[in-house]
Design a protein around this ligand. Structure first.
Ligand code: FES
Length: 165
């Protein structure tokens, strides 16, 4: 009979190979998992204390003093993506973001045209051609306490709403 094949008759004087035994390894692995789980739980607690709501940057911006917008003004504020007009009835702002897929429209003799897919809008922003599903929104214009005009790109107003100082 081969003595090496039988585990029950281990030689008590025979030395185990150096290194980590299976039992030690499993014990260390268990401790590692427990530590990782604790860190995850603690991180979760800290995460819960933080608000998950992210506030968007305000879309209200000053455009200048009323005297800068005499009757006949047509001003495109490229960085704000807004047109500002002044006529004899007042001052108003229309978004220049195409309601189809968001390209920037350009002013024309008859209104606005989108360079991307050809949507056309009349001077009031009403769709007169192309795939745009909605008119260009008119935006709220108000006066700041410091005397500057303010456009709120997040507040749509009824078409034809004009601000007078
Ligand atoms: S984005 Fe203006 S027509 Fe498509």
């Amino acid at each position: 009979m081969n003595n090496n094949a039988c585990c029950a008759h281990k030689d008590p004087h025979k030395k185990e190979p150096e290194g980590v035994s299976r039992r030690d390894f499993l014990g260390l692995a268990g401790i590692g998992v427990a530590i990782a789980a604790s860190f995850t739980a603690i991180a979760g607690i800290f995460r819960m204390t933080k608000a998950t709501v992210h506030y968007e940057e305000s879309r209200k911006f000053k455009i200048g003093m009323p005297a800068e917008f005499p009757v006949g003004t047509i001003k495109k504020l490229d960085d704000k993506k807004v047109f500002v007009f002044a006529d004899t009835e007042g001052l108003y702002a229309i978004s220049c973001i195409c309601t189809h897929l968001g390209c920037i429209v350009s002013p024309t003799e008859w209104g606005f045209q989108c360079p991307c897919h050809g949507s056309k809008y009349n001077k009031d922003g009403k769709v007169i051609g192309g795939p745009a599903p909605r008119p260009l929104p008119w935006l709220e214009v108000s006066l700041h306490e410091d005397g500057n005009l303010v456009v709120d790109a997040a507040k749509e107003v009824k078409k034809g709403t004009k601000f007078t100082v």
